[in-house]
Design a protein around this ligand. Structure first.
Ligand code: C2E
Ligand code: MG
Ligand code: MG
Length: 684
């Protein structure tokens, strides 16, 4: 019975959930139970006799010294030592333990063995770490290969399979050589392994082959893993598929820097390309052309055909531009149909007008959309580095100003920046800003002046035209000829016209209260204002509000009011005429002077522009024209007013011809409201 005891003890120790090991005085392991073997990653069938293990295999130098200098001497003297000790498994992994070291003495009191009984100190923590490591291995988006010291594959993770197409079973036991492509020669691999041997790891780009034979580029890191004695135990390879990363990079780059509609660059690309383009031109003493291209007509296409056709229109423009530019150029769409082109010129070249001319020509070509032919009207403003500016901002600003200058000519055009045009534009911007402030201000910066229209036969007042005047504190008196065209470029003109009419109504109300009955008063309305959807409602409401009968007024419009939508404009005029308002066609004899307008519009008066009569006394042709229009007006039962009469001669000629009315400095200049009221009142 007793003889079986050691066997029983052995079995017990084997089953314990603690590390138990007995070592001899020279610290060689005599026994190590199953728990201990698993903890230290030693094979279950490891034969300690044949393949001896020592205490130093399980400790780093620090804890080994602690064992030798403290633990064993103490246990020798006191039978037992207990405390905390850091173990290392065969792969070098740290294992914190709580250990009891017992010294076994023989009859002479000499220590013959030590037994260590250890509990892993944070068993849970180690387990958690193992689980986490496993989780990382499973979830990593990088492919991972673990091999033994002979580079035979022990494990691969799921990402390995995703990237290479190989299942774990295809590769276990084989070497990673099966992944190689023919891209690298033997020297390459030799150097790689040499680096791993010398430095512990290697990383770099490498071409490998997938299971489907496609060759791809990966970023690979191979690390050598050593055991406690510095011997290679494993190799760990971690890799990423660079072709995926690079295509994602390309997609991101595309999204960030390119315009989705046209596939041209966008503002971001311009910002990144501008400084190097400037720097290069500076180094090479070359010029850089900065072109601001406005495709033209987009607003019209959007309005007439809708936004989808508007988009297509932009795409067609972009294709045309793209075809003409070279690899050195940067072309971006910054918004709507506005593009910026950076075009470096060869050193010592001034202007490559050929390319810009070609761009303009290409954009001008008719476009067919929704069975309609559109005739684009592009504008290109060009600024040149270093002549027109040094920085991106200066050059873009100059190119934009040049583009605006081109736009003012109202026909497709390339305009090179010049400082004067820039200053003009600046002045216009200032005027626009000041005018919008003046319209809101209660200060009397804006005023109405009145200029009489007289009967040629007896010189009596037939009517008066209300004309706006603007006195700015800083800039002094500003002529309507200056600021009306600026206001006409924006919604400001609508504000201005409405301000004039409200002001006119106030004057009329006041004169009415003063028991004065002014003659017919005419006021000017811009084409843009007339085209507002609520124009007629607003006007009639404004008159009603001030209790002004429409028949007290005449509205002056120019031909341009009819150009965009003649039928609509005419129906509005008819509505107002039916309400009692008189309608005058202003500035006849300039622009198209279309006779069809005289025929179609519900007119009462035609005003001949000053330019037609300025040389009346010297130019027989001018006399001829006036005669003809006079006859025409009589036939059409229209009142004819000739504007710009400045001298007696002109007056006499017109009076002799039998013309009805005239307006001009010869009779009176435009006067402030009260002054004019006094003058006309005294004539009554
Ligand atoms: P318009 O409607 O043809 O007005 C006549 C212009 O000729 C006025 O210039 C007037 O002062 C000027 N004029 C009159 N008699 C003579 C003359 O004998 N010789 C010369 N050289 N000029 C004469 P003004 O007031 O500078 O206005 C210029 C233009 O500005 C006007 O031309 C009109 O188109 C526009 N405008 C003026 N006031 C308004 C307004 O309240 N609303 C709108 N929409 N436009 C206005
Ligand atoms: Mg007028
Ligand atoms: Mg006029």
């Amino acid at each position: 019975m007793l003889t079986d005891l050691p066997r029983v003890h052995f079995d017990l120790v084997e089953q314990l959930d603690s590390f138990v090991s007995t070592v001899n005085p020279d610290l060689r392991l005599l026994t190590l139970n199953r728990f201990g073997r698993r903890l230290c990653r030693i094979a279950d069938d490891h034969d300690l006799q044949q393949d001896p293990l020592y205490v130093h295999h399980f400790h780093d130098s620090e804890s080994l010294q602690f064992l030798q200098n403290v633990v064993f001497p103490y246990a020798r003297a006191h039978q037992c030592w207990q405390g905390q000790l850091l173990f290392r498994d065969r792969q070098g992994q740290a294992i914190p333990t709580q250990i009891k070291v017992l010294a076994h003495h023989n009859a002479e009191g000499k220590v013959i063995h030590f037994t260590g009984i250890a509990q892993t100190q944070s068993h849970d923590a180690t387990q958690l770490l193992d689980e986490l490591t496993e989780r990382i291995f499973q979830d990593a988006i990088e492919g991972i290969i673990l091999t033994d010291s002979k580079a035979r594959i022990l494990r691969v993770n799921p990402a390995f399979t995703t990237i290479t197409g190989y299942q774990a079973d295809d590769v276990l036991g084989k070497t990673p050589a099966l992944l190689r492509s023919a891209h690298h020669d033997a020297d390459f691999y030799q150097q790689m392994w040499q680096t791993i041997a010398l430095q512990g790891s290697w990383q770099g780009e490498i071409w490998n082959r997938k299971k489907d034979r496609t060759v791809y580029q990966q970023w690979l890191k191979i690390s050598r893993i050593e055991d406690n004695q510095g011997q290679v135990s494993h190799y760990l390879a971690v890799f990423q598929d660079l072709s995926i990363i690079r295509s994602k990079d390309r997609q991101i780059h595309q999204l960030v820097n390119f315009d989705r509609l046209t596939r041209l660059g966008n503002r971001e690309l311009l910002v990144s390309r501008f400084p190097p383009a400037l720097a290069q031109c500076q180094r090479q003493h070359a010029r850089l052309l900065v072109c601001w291209i406005d495709g033209g007509q987009l607003g019209d296409v959007n309005q007439r055909l809708g936004l989808t056709h508007g988009d297509r229109f932009i795409q067609l423009q972009a294709e045309r531009l793209q075809q003409l530019i070279g690899p050195e150029d940067t072309l971006v769409r910054i918004y709507a149909d506005d593009y910026i082109l950076l075009h470096p010129l060869p050193a010592k070249t001034r202007h490559d007008t050929k390319l810009i001319g070609r761009l303009l020509e290409a954009l001008k070509q008719p476009v067919e959309l929704a069975a309609q032919v559109i005739l684009p009207c592009p504008f290109i403003g060009v600024a040149c580095y270093p002549d027109d500016g040094q920085s991106e901002e200066e050059l873009l600003h100059a190119a934009e100003l040049a583009m605006f200058a081109a736009k003012e000519k109202k026909q497709a055009k390339v305009q090179f920046y010049n400082a004067k045009a820039g200053a003009d534009y600046h002045r216009k911007a200032v005027l626009r800003q000041k005018l919008s402030t003046a319209l809101l201000s209660t200060e009397p910066a804006l005023q109405l002046h009145f200029q009489p229209r007289v009967w040629l036969q007896d010189g009596s007042t037939a009517a008066a035209e209300a004309l706006i005047r603007w006195q700015d504190e800083e800039l002094g008196m500003i002529s309507p000829a200056d600021f009306i065209p600026i206001a006409e470029q924006s919604h400001l003109i609508v504000e201005l016209d409405r301000w004039v009419l409200r002001q006119l109504c106030r004057h009329l109300s006041r004169w009415h209260q003063q028991q004065l009955t002014p003659p017919l008063i005419s006021f000017n309305v811009s084409a843009r204002h007339l085209s507002e959807a609520d124009f007629t409602d607003w006007l009639l409401h404004c008159l009603a509000e001030h209790q002004i009968p429409p028949s007290a007024l005449e509205m002056e419009i120019t031909e341009s009011a009819l150009i965009d939508n003649e039928a609509k404009a005419i129906s509005k005029l008819q509505l107002l005429k039916d309400a009692g308002l008189r309608i005058a066609l202003d500035d006849f004899g300039t622009g198209y002077s279309s006779l069809s307008y005289l025929k179609n519009m519900p007119l009462d008066t035609v005003k001949i522009d000053r330019s037609v009569v300025c040389d009346l006394s010297t130019n027989p042709k001018a006399l001829c024209i006036i005669k003809s229009i006079h006859l025409l007006a009589c036939e059409l039962k229209l009142t004819l007013t000739i504007e710009g009469i400045e001298n007696l001669q002109q007056h006499q000629i017109l009076a002799e011809l039998g013309c009805q009315q005239a307006q001009g400095y010869w009779y009176a200049k435009p006067l402030p409201a009260e002054q004019w009221a006094r003058q006309w009142g005294s004539r009554l």
